[in-house]
Design a protein around this ligand. Structure first.
Ligand code: XUL
Ligand code: CO
Length: 443
């Protein structure tokens, strides 16, 4: 079989922070025990198929720039799909992460009819099954692309045309079955076109009801086939659609509650989607952890100077560490993990750039875990939060929360002068210093 990544002859290894080898891990040490688990099991990192193997490096102004013979391959599209998968699994095995993720359309070409597309997909799922057995690489999640084809221009489940809904249902059924067959740990639903461009032609409530019906059908199918992974919604506020219904963690939480889906679906939080929603990644993760909807992460980063989804490889330990702290504070991942939903820059055209991008990202996530562990073991951050809310453990706080006091009761006590709050410092700078000291000490 052809070898595609000839600059890397053996799997990337942990060599420690002082190594001069650019193709080595400095912090990701899979067997190191952190917070009671092997680092590999704590982080559950994955490579995504779409940006790394199916995307040629094109943008809206220009065509692909990347050196990817499996994308440019002439001839039988199934031969090209197998070549792409050979390259992908060679990369996965050499990078040494335990997981990967894919969309149906990433791995198999479309046929002239749906039946042909399905047959192509099934043949490629067989091929993937054999590759997974050979390499030991596992599937963190599968998903269906129900946003790229023109039939989904007005949405998948939220399309005004029920035939588009039905077509999306067919694709999701197949992708969920394939994920189950491949032992996938989760299944993701990103609603790229589940939103609207203009209210002039849109019935928002009708579209929300359609989306909820779709999700109930997915839950029912999951039960029927005995899939025991999590179903994950991936919030994003906009892009490609002007306004998406799964705007952020809180919006998804409200939606799940409204349509009786809480406990059935969880969130896959992407860093750059959080920032597009006007939140920090830290906020999105903390919201989901606190409300029992946390599932998994798409790790990447945006660019603070522009407003679109740049999907860059993460390189800020601070940004990752704050979110990782909240994940670990909540007990860590169950079936989720860190998937690198990341794109190389268009000028990073060499195949080896895929290694550099991932190695830096993996080390960033590994460092973030070390910082999170140090913060948890030190306890000062949580102690500061506890101290700030200590009043709520006293008689007044407990009585308020227990519903024993009315507005009128409280007013009586304020009028009598018994209650007269004294402002106290929030200590933000002191806590920022604590974070920085922990970063400097750990990294
Ligand atoms: C798009 C995005 C998707 C999902 C999977 O912004 O993040 O790649 O992760 O469909
Ligand atoms: Co994503």
């Amino acid at each position: 079989m052809a070898e595609f990544f000839t600059d890397v002859q053996s799997p990337i290894k942990y060599e420690g922070p002082d190594t001069t080898n650019e193709l080595a891990y400095r912090y990701y040490d899979p067997d190191r025990i952190v917070l009671g688990k092997r680092m590999e099991d704590q982080l559950r990192m994955a490579v995504c198929y779409w940006h790394s193997f199916a995307w040629p490096g094109s943008d809206v102004f220009g065509s692909g720039t990347f050196d990817r013979p499996w994308i440019d391959a002439a001839g039988d599209p199934m031969d090209a799909a197998r070549m792409k998968m050979d390259a992908a699994f060679e990369f996965f095995a050499k990078l040494g992460l335990p997981f990967y993720c894919f969309h149906d359309v990433d791995i198999a070409p479309a046929g002239d009819t749906y039946a042909e597309t399905k047959a192509n997909f099934e043949a490629m799922v067989d091929y993937a099954e054999a590759k997974m057995a050979d390499t030991g690489v596992k599937l963190l999640w599968g998903t269906a692309n129900v946003f790229s084809h023109p039939r989904f221009a007005a949405g998948a489940s939220t399309n005004p045309d029920p035939e588009a809904f039905a077509y999306a249902a067919a694709q999701v059924r197949n992708a969920l079955d394939a994920t189950n067959r491949l032992g996938g740990a989760n299944y993701v639903l990103w609603g790229g076109r589940e939103g609207y461009e203009t209210l002039l032609n849109t019935r928002m409530k009708h579209e929300s009801d359609q989306l909820a019906r779709f999700l109930h059908m997915v839950v029912e199918h999951k039960r029927n086939i005995g899939f025991d992974g999590m179903l994950l919604i991936e919030p994003k506020p906009q892009e490609p659609t002007k306004h998406q219904y799964d705007y952020d963690s809180a919006t998804v939480h409200g939606f799940l509650e409204r349509y009786d889906l809480l406990g059935e679906l969880f969130v896959n939080i992407e860093v750059n989607h959080a920032t597009l929603a006007g939140h920090s990644f830290h906020h999105e993760v903390a919201y989901a952890v606190d409300n029992g909807t946390f599932g998994s992460i798409d790790a990447n980063r945006g660019d603070s100077q522009n407003g679109w989804d740049t999907d860059q490889f993460p390189n800020s330990v601070e940004e990752m560490a704050l979110a990782t702290y909240e994940i670990m504070r909540g007990g860590g991942f169950t079936s989720g993990g860190f998937n690198f939903d990341t794109k190389l820059r268009r000028q990073s055209m060499d195949r080896t750039d895929l290694f550099y991008g991932h190695i830096g990202a993996v080390d960033t996530v590994a460092q973030s875990l070390l910082v999170a562990a140090a913060l948890i073991e030190d306890g000062a951050l949580e102690a500061a939060r506890d101290a700030r809310y200590a009043g709520w453990d006293g008689a007044l706080g407990t009585d308020i929360l227990a519903g024993n006091l009315s507005l009128a009761d409280l007013e009586v006590r304020v009028v009598s002068g018994e209650i007269d709050p004294t402002p106290v410092s929030g200590g933000q700078e002191r806590l920022e210093n604590l974070i920085n000291r922990t970063l400097w000490r750990t990294v």
